[in-house]
Design a protein around this ligand. Structure first.
Ligand SMILES: [Zn+2]
Length: 130
């Protein structure tokens, strides 16, 4: 976290919290009309519990799946803030620029590594099918 000063860390922490709250609201809204939410809610007595996003729920809802995916990334980022590894690219180990973290606070990789990762991922799929 040496690349970030206290003020930047605080801002990113707030950004993560805000995003998390928005996502939880989104998910709640998405599944509110469905019976699944009752089940979901009863499985999670404490909505603030980390296990919330770790539940594997198949609601057949793309928006919810995407939200849950992002929620997991946010929780991971918060854990990293705790352990002091937040802001480090998991691919190259270099510091992710504050500007990128501001735009995507849960980013795990710097922009070039993310591009590379997606590119490699697609190539791997292609190679496997040949
Ligand atoms: Zn990187």
């Amino acid at each position: 976290m040496e690349n970030l000063n206290e003020q930047q860390k605080t801002r990113l922490f707030t950004a993560l919290s805000d995003r998390e709250r928005a996502l939880r609201d989104d998910i709640k809204r998405e599944v509110d009309s469905q019976d699944e939410y009752i089940q979901l809610a009863s499985e999670v007595p404490d909505a603030g519990d980390l296990s919330f996003a770790n539940l594997s729920i198949d609601l057949g809802n793309a928006a919810v799946s995407r939200d849950l995916h992002e929620l997991r990334a946010i929780e991971l980022a918060r854990k990293k803030m705790h352990s002091g590894t937040y802001g480090e690219c998991i691919s190259c180990g270099y510091a992710i620029p504050f500007e990128r973290l501001q735009a995507v606070p849960e980013a795990e990789r710097c922009a070039p590594c993310q591009e590379n990762f997606e590119h490699t991922h697609h190539d791997g799929m292609k190679g496997a099918s040949m």
